[in-house]
Write a protein that binds this ligand. Sequence first.
Ligand SMILES: [Zn+2]
Ligand SMILES: [Zn+2]
Length: 627
Amino acid sequence: MKGNDVIYICGTDEHGTPNEIEAMRRGISPKELVDHYYKEIKDGFDGFHISFDNFSRTSREIHHETAKRFFLKVKEKGYIYKKKVKQMYCENCKRFLPDRYVEGACPYCGFESARGDQCDNCGRILEPSDLINPRCAICGEKPVLRDTEHYFFKLSAFQDELERWIKSNKHWKPNVVNFCLGWIKEGLKDRAITRDLEWGVKVPGEEDKVLYVWFEAPIGYISSTKEWAEKIGEPDKWKEFWMDPKSKIVHFIAKDNIPFHAIIWPAMLLAHGGYNLPWQIPANEYVIICGTKASASRKWGIWLNEYLKRFENPDFMRYTLLINSPQSRDFDFTWEEFQRRVNTELNDVLGNFVHRTLVFLKRYFNGVLPEGEIEGEVAEIVEKTFEEVGEDIENFKIKQGLKKVMELASFGNKYFDKGKPWEGVKRGEMEEVARVIRNCSYIVANLSVLLAPYLPRTASEIWRMLNLDGEVHEARWAPISIDGLRVTKEPKPLFRKITDEEVLREKKLLGLEEEKLVEEETIDIDYFKKIDLRVGVVKEAERIEGTNKLILLKVDLGSGSERTIVAGIGDQYDPEDLIGKKLIIVANLKPKKIRGVESQGMILAAESKGKVFLVTAEDSPPGAKVT
Ligand SMILES: [Zn+2]
Ligand SMILES: [Zn+2]
C-alpha cells in the first residue's frame, strides 16, 4: 500500500518427524497426512483473508531440488562433513530414533515431556542423548545407543561472524538479540543434518538418509519464492529478493523459533554465500489459550476452520488477536476477552460510528455526499493517523497501529455527538447536518483504507457500502478523496454482538465448562487478605417463616461473641442438622438486613452442579482464625 515491492511467502513444512509419527499412529502414509493438513491450513488462511503471494509445501519437487542444491553447495565449500555417531536405537521397534522419536525429561528445566530436539518448556535446543530417562516415542521402551554415520554442518565455524552480525543488528528487538548472544556465548556446536528416515528430502548420494528438517525447511523460503516467480512468469525474479542486497527479508515467528531463524539459518546462508541474511526477526511472545500454551502437537487451540463454521466473521478473531499482539509479553486469550473486544470496541466504537454516519447520509441526503470542504481538524487527524499507523506497522508495532485506527473511529463518534445532527434535522438546519455528515463520511472512507491491513473483510465492506471505485486493497496508504461517494443500499451494521451463550459454547468445546476462569491479574490478593474467616459453632437454627431457602442461625464465635446470620441454604439443609456444626464464618462483613433480620456475617460454602457443601472445621475451637 505504500508502493514498495513486497512479496509475502509462506508454506507448510511437511517433512517433520511429528508428521511421520502422526501418520504411523493413524495408519496412513505421511503423504496422505500432509495432503490433508495442507488443504486444511490453506483453507484456514484463506478464510481469515491471510493472503500470501505464494503458499508452498516442502514436499514439492521445486523444494527438493532447491534443498539438494543448497546441501551440495555448502558441502563443496567445506562446511558439511561426515562423522560416526552414536544414536538412539529402539530394540523393540528395530530402528534408529531421530530426535523427536525420543522423549524424556529436560536436563535444564526438568520438564517431563521434552523432545529429543527441543524443550517446549524452556526453549532449549537438545540432543536426544541429553534427555533424562529417555523413552522411545513409538513404543515407550528405553532406547540404547548404537553406531551410525551422519553428515554434520559446521555451525562452530560461524561463531565469531554470527556474533558480530547479531551485535550489528541495532534495529532488532532486545529480547531477540539477548537470546541469541546468550546462545552464542555457550558455544556453537556442529549439528547433524541427516537422519535415517524414508520421508523427506533424500541426501544426494545416499540411499536411506534424508535431510534433517531443521536444515531443509528454511530453504523452503527460497523454494517458495522461486515457485512464486515461476507462477508469475518471471522465473528469475526470486533472485531480486534473495540476492539483491537492497532487499529486506523479514521472518515473522514466535520466540521458540528464534534460534533457528536468527542463528542457524543465517549460518547456513553464510555457508552457502550469495544470499541475503534476514534483515528483521520481530519474534513474538506466545498466545496462550485460556491459560495453556497453544500447541498443535498437543491439540490445544482454536482451529481456524472450526471457528469459521461457528462465527461468520473472521475479523472478530483477527481484531481480538491483533489488538492483543504478544509483541512484548504473552497474551492469554479467553472467550470473555473475545466477547468484550467485539462487543465494546468493534460494535460500540467502530461499527456504531460507521453505521450512524451512513444511516444519516442515506436518510437525509438520499445517500449522496453533500458537497463542501473537509474541516482542517478532520483532515489533519486523518493524515496524522496514516502517518503514525504506517510507521507503527513498519516498526512491527502492530497493536499500537490498530489502537490508533480505533482512536480515529472514537474521534469520529465524538465529532458526530458534538455536531448533534439529529437536532439539526429537527430544527431544519440541513447545512449544519451536511457539514457533520460530510466530515464523518470522510473519516469512514479513510477508516476503510486504514483497516485494510488489519481487518480486510471489514475494510472491503465499508468500501463497498460507499460505492467507491475499485477495491480498497488496491488503495494507496494515504488519505483518499471521497468525491463520488454514494450510499445506495440501506446500510447494514458491520458487526453483531457475541452472546453469553456463544462464550459458554466455546468454553464447553474446549472442555472448560466446569471451571470458572479467573485471570491472574483480577485476583487481588491484598483484598482477599482483608477477609476475616473464623470458626463458629451453630447454637441455634430455624427456618425463617414464609421462606423455603432462608435459615436463621445463632453462631458462637468464641470469647462470648455471638452472631446472627441469615443463610440461603434452607433448600439443601434442615435447620436441626446444622446445630452443633463448626462452620467457617466471614466475620468482618458489614451487617445486612434480610427479611427484617440483621445478618452479621456469611457462612463459607462450596457449590458444584447446584449442590451446596458447607465447609466445616470440627477440630478447631470457636473463634479460631482461618489462615
Ligand atoms: Zn527445558
Ligand atoms: Zn520403540
